[in-house]
Design a protein. Structure first.
Length: 710
């Protein structure tokens, strides 16, 4: 379906607002409290003081900045005929720094305020004033939530002329809001409007820093308000890519306010008047982020519950993801064995221990994410598989589990020959360990619901991050927990027999394949030497198992030493840095494509080509499934060629701060992420995590029809 122009949608929104007074009159209640305040209660004739219109808004409602954006109207103060102070005594509002107010994602973006706002203005007292002076006015404002309601409120302010008397409380409040009013920019601002997109460059000695996010709020409507503003930085400043509202050019200057957000600090604003010219040197050297959102505001409880619910559903679906299935085979065997005892308590304990292992692992993952975020400024799911020693150890663990499933050794008996009591405990310990392993292997799999839910809270306070990740873990554990506790469900399990040993041995081969996949990932991360040492470690583990069979204490001691060396030495070798050049990025070459970079996307958009971006990684099993079932199929490749689609690959196998910044901007927790840029459109559409050929081919064919160049 063809998208409606944003101007039309904005007009419809305002028409809905104009029809809303009937709704407001139904309960005869305003959505905002309006009042006039002043820094003085007593004034001197002829002096100028600061007064202010203060609006206190109901939760969820907002009012607008001087430029409302795509839809809305700014507040105004209308002086009444009965006022002792004329309208000419009032100066213009001092507009505090606004926030973004997304109305329709990608279509309508407004600028304004919620909760509370104070509009200060200078008030000049007549030179001949004496006695009591009353300012009588009407506050006129449009207030919006899901609907927009024009409201008016009668407001008044009484002052006494003759002696200067401070109003400390009001004066402090007005001063605090005046401090939020943008000040003049001390540096230089320039706008380059030569291309289909404009570049606003801001030069200031020392630059703004890599952690800054900058957004431009125009005084007028020269730009597309809802479009993102990708940001570059340099030693002497930063630049933003702006999307013009039409194919017009800047008249003389581009005027407005830039808002700068930094983590842990109050936002600051500067007034700019950008002159036309080329991009300022030192302001566009490196892409660090796309600043179409300010630093995340604290999340609401209602939103947190929604994200936790999505994370739970995502965890539930992780049970069907290819990365988790090999581990779940171990769990299935454990459940059958527990059900075979005929004791409901044993089965329930098994389910609880497994759930406990999953939740402990996800809680630990959340804590590590918070530490990584504190140190690096951003974190994503799957970061553990960007760490070569971790990948090496996981590959060896999978190999060891495969040996166990093959019957090479028995945990708790053959290796350490411990007694029956500890062997019985081994069932609980095994369930707990399986839960931990399922979480470690499954967490990097960003399937449906997971990426958006976790990504939305990765920048939030620690309790929100931990809560959503625990919800994801509970979703992963829930099917087995349900199977353990619902009466009668365990009776549906097959009865134990010789088939169990055969099935157990068969499950060893998915483990070996998982180990092989992890070794491949390790090769992409740390090179062939790390792969060789990991294979040597696997040999050492097999040798340790052989040593532990029979024999005395010397052989058992030697087997433990060899086992430790088999895990430890490959991990040490994997941690050794290797030189990896950009030309060696494996996944882009595997597609016969080119590596993603934001500046390359901007170039292709300017050329009018459709762009498909694949954020992927060698360790992401879902990514590999999508690649083989959709992206590398002949039908998709032919559709891309026919539509001249530029296929870019963002390879996140190794740590990449630019990719991390883009995932953070997109509010996605990890890979896969797929972006589609229709011809000439600077803002992408985020596609589902699970692709189908029909979806991708449909996008390519649609771009051929809609591309005006064709």
């Amino acid at each position: 379906m063809k998208r409606l122009p944003s101007a039309l949608i904005a007009a419809v929104a305002l028409m809905a607002g104009a029809a809303a007074p009937a709704v407001a009159q139904a309960d005869d209640g305003r959505r905002a409290e309006a009042q006039l305040i002043a820094e003085r209660s007593g004034v001197l004739p002829g002096e100028t003081i600061y007064a202010a219109l203060k609006l206190t808004l109901d939760e969820g409602w907002h009012v607008y900045w001087r430029n409302a954006g795509d839809a809305g109207l700014p507040p105004a103060l209308i002086v009444g005929d009965s006022s002792d102070l004329p309208a000419s005594a009032l100066g213009a509002f001092l507009w505090p720094l606004p926030s973004l107010l997304p109305v329709v994602e990608g279509e309508i973006m407004d600028y304004g305020y919620d909760d509370e706002v104070v509009f200060a203005f200078p008030l000049t007292i007549p030179a001949d004033a004496s006695g009591e002076l009353k300012l009588v006015a009407v506050a006129d404002y449009l207030i919006c939530e899901s609907i927009c309601i024009p409201e008016t409120a009668d407001v008044s302010l009484t002052l006494t002329a003759g002696a200067a008397t401070e109003n400390a409380a009001a004066g402090t409040e007005i001063a605090e809001w005046i401090a939020r009013v943008p000040t003049d920019f001390a540096g230089e601002a320039r706008v380059d409007d030569a291309g289909p997109t404009w570049t606003l460059s801001l030069r200031e000695r020392g630059g703004f820093g890599r952690d800054a996010r900058i957004r431009f709020f125009p005084y007028s409507h020269e730009i597309n308000h809802s479009a993102g503003q990708p940001m570059r930085t340099g030693a002497d400043g930063a630049s933003l890519t702006l999307t013009p509202a039409s194919q017009g050019k800047v008249d003389e200057t581009l005027d407005g306010v830039v808002r700068i957000d930094r983590p842990g600090a109050e936002p600051v604003g500067f007034v700019i008047s950008a002159t036309k010219g080329s991009v300022l040197a030192g302001t566009a050297d490196e892409v660090v982020a796309a600043a179409d959102r300010p630093v995340a505001a604290p999340i609401k409880w209602s939103d947190l519950l929604v994200f936790a619910g999505l994370a739970f559903l995502g965890g539930l679906l992780l049970n069907l993801m290819p990365c988790v299935l090999p581990v779940l085979s171990m769990k299935a065997i454990g459940m059958v064995q527990a059900a075979a005892t005929g004791k409901a308590g044993v089965l329930r304990a098994h389910g609880l221990w497994y759930t406990g292992g999953v939740l402990v692992a996800f809680a630990g993952l959340a804590v590590v994410i918070l530490f990584v975020r504190a140190g690096a400024g951003a974190a994503t799911l799957g970061f553990q598989l960007q760490h070569p020693p971790t990948v090496a150890i996981l590959a060896l663990v999978m190999f060891a589990i495969g040996l166990w499933l093959m019957g090479t050794f028995e945990l708790g008996t053959s290796v350490q020959n411990i007694g029956g009591t500890l062997a019985n405990r081994g069932g609980a310990a095994g369930a707990f360990f399986t839960g931990v392993l399922a979480a470690v292997v499954g967490a990097p799999c960003v399937g449906p619901f997971v990426g958006s839910a976790v990504g939305a809270v990765l920048g939030q306070p620690a309790p929100a991050v931990i809560g959503v990740l625990l919800a994801m873990g509970f979703g992963l554990a829930f099917p087995f927990l349900l199977l353990s506790f619902v009466p009668g469900l365990h009776k549906l399990m097959p009865k134990p027999g010789e088939w169990m040993e055969t099935l157990k041995q068969a499950f060893a081969f998915p483990m070996f394949l998982t180990a092989a996949a992890l070794v491949w990932v390790l090769g992409e991360l740390a090179g062939s030497l790390a792969v060789a040492w990991t294979l040597a470690g696997a040999t050492a583990i097999a040798f340790a198992v052989w040593l532990a069979r029979g024999g005395g204490g010397v052989r058992r001691t030697a087997s433990i030493a060899v086992l430790i060396a088999g895990f430890a030495y490959p991990a040490v070798q994997a941690a050794t840095p290797v030189a990896v050049g950009e030309e060696g990025r494996p996944l882009a070459s595997a597609y016969g494509s080119e590596a993603w970079r934001p500046e390359r996307v901007a170039e292709l958009v300017e050329e009018g080509r459709p762009v498909f971006v694949d954020f992927t990684a060698a360790w992401c099993a879902t990514c590999q499934v999508n690649k083989n079932t959709t992206l590398k199929t002949r039908a998709v490749q032919e559709a891309f060629a026919a539509a001249d689609v530029a296929f870019l690959v963002a390879d996140f196998t190794r740590k990449d701060p630019i990719i991390s910044a883009e995932l953070k901007r997109l509010e996605r927790a990890g890979v896969p992420v797929y972006l589609w840029y229709p011809p000439g459109v600077a803002e992408p559409r985020i596609l589902p995590e699970i692709l189908t050929p029909g979806l991708v081919i449909g996008l390519a064919n649609d771009s051929v029809i809609k591309n005006p160049a064709d």
